[in-house]
Design a protein around this ligand. Structure first.
Ligand SMILES: Cc1cc2nc3c(=O)[nH]c(=O)nc-3n(C[C@H](O)[C@H](O)[C@H](O)COP(=O)(O)O)c2cc1C
Length: 381
């Protein structure tokens, strides 16, 4: 394939290079995948106003997210098992994000550890926290994120229990892959991936292994999550985490106005309107369709960010127009990583920046910070 021009091009390449169980892990949603599809489809329903004969020179995409400068309002979302899309995936993606001037968010369920990522970056990255029953482990994890100089903590609220994703069950997803005939077939057909994976020692959950006690079966993500994640997590735990952390706090996985108000009451710095990329509650509305209502409810009290279904810079602009201060991409950067390693993550960011910049200009605007609903042709969305 010639140089990838779209996120869809990167997805095609990743499908060829990444073993099926890990490609499918990224390209999957819960149950019917209806919410996963809606996240993408609903962006195409939003139409832009074409403006002409206005000055389009000297454009700027610079903005801030939780007070931190970003070269465009797009962060890399936390994604588990990223080091299985490509060897040392989290370290590569973090470096690409740092060079690009956008935040990288490391998942609790990453392959490379907090310390691994800190060892290859020079600017602070963000850390995403899943809350487990073992609060001692959570305290140590937060301590490690502080020691690594992470500049924001993203607490994920929408995964107290794991949604069911059929592909993962059928593929027997595990990290590292279990020695089955099917897994062996998937690996031999991806020799480059295997070679690169043989060249790293990072093949399991770097933040957990050797740090959490009572880890019985970590290779089976589903079983481990069911055993360790805290289904009793509550708003009072968020206050406990906020005090413990003491820095910028972002609550991820808000899809309801009432929950948004409760999140604002905690004094957190931002919320992410998100349905976990359609991977948790299938049948929930798309995140972009909920954004305006949530901005209306709490936009004057807390920064509102959004993720889910962003596949182009146009989608980023639409989200900003509907009131998002920041956006996140999950699968787009994973496809880039699987396709071409660090260069693929950079390519994904470049594609999005280029689309965002040209679209903003053709809407007659020069500064992302001035974008509002006036650039939309159908504001009733
Ligand atoms: C493969 C994969 C793994 C994910 N793992 C995590 C995770 O560990 N923690 C988390 O908060 N969200 C996780 N998410 C959700 C993302 O942070 C984000 O909400 C979602 O990917 C956004 O949708 P998009 O992929 O359409 O951009 C994951 C998403 C994907 C696709």
């Amino acid at each position: 394939m010639s140089k990838p021009l779209t996120i869809a091009d990167l997805k095609k390449l990743a499908r060829r290079r990444v073993p099926r169980m890990f490609f499918d892990y990224a390209d999957s949603g819960a149950w019917t995948e209806g919410t996963y599809r809606a996240n993408e489809e609903d962006y195409s329903k939003i139409k832009l106003r074409q403006r002409v004969l206005v000055d389009m020179t000297d454009r700027s995409l610079e903005s801030t997210m939780v007070g931190q400068k970003v070269s465009m309002p797009v962060a890399l979302a936390p994604t588990g098992l990223t080091g299985m899309q490509h060897a040392d995936g989290e370290m590569l993606a973090a470096k690409a994000a740092e060079e690009f001037g956008v935040p990288f968010t490391l998942s609790t369920m990453s392959i490379c550890s907090i310390e691994d990522v800190a060892s290859v970056t020079s600017k602070p990255f963000w850390f995403q926290l899943y809350v487990m029953k073992d609060r001692g482990f959570i305290e140590r994890l937060i301590g490690r994120a502080k020691a690594a100089n992470c500049s924001a903590l993203v607490v994920t609220a929408d995964l107290q229990i794991l949604g069911q994703r059929h592909k993962d069950i059928r593929n027997g997803l595990s990290a590292p892959p279990k020695p089955t005939l099917d897994a062996a077939f998937q690996l031999v057909t991806r020799p480059r991936w295997c070679l690169e994976m043989l060249g790293t020692k990072r093949r399991s959950f770097g933040n957990i292994v050797g740090h959490a006690s009572n880890v019985s079966d970590l290779s089976s993500l589903g079983a481990w999550t069911a055993e360790q994640f805290d289904p009793r997590l509550s708003w009072s735990d968020i206050r406990w985490i906020k005090d413990l952390w003491g820095g910028k706090l972002i609550i991820k996985g808000i899809l309801d106005e009432e929950d948004a108000r409760a999140a604002a009451d905690t004094g957190a710095d931002a919320i992410i309107v998100s349905n976990h990329g359609g991977r948790q509650l299938d049948g929930a509305p798309s995140s972009i369709s909920m954004l305006p209502k949530i901005v209306e409810a709490v936009g004057d009290r807390i920064e509102v960010h959004v993720d889910g279904g962003i596949r182009s810079g146009q989608d980023v602009l639409k989200a900003v127009a509907l009131g998002a201060r920041g956006t996140y991409i999950g699968r787009p950067f994973l496809y880039g990583l699987g396709a071409m390693g660090k260069a693929g993550v950079t390519t994904a960011l470049e594609i999005i920046r280029n689309e965002l910049d040209i679209t903003m200009a053709l809407c007659g605007k020069r500064d992302i910070q001035t974008i509002d609903r006036s650039i939309l042709a159908n504001t009733s969305f």
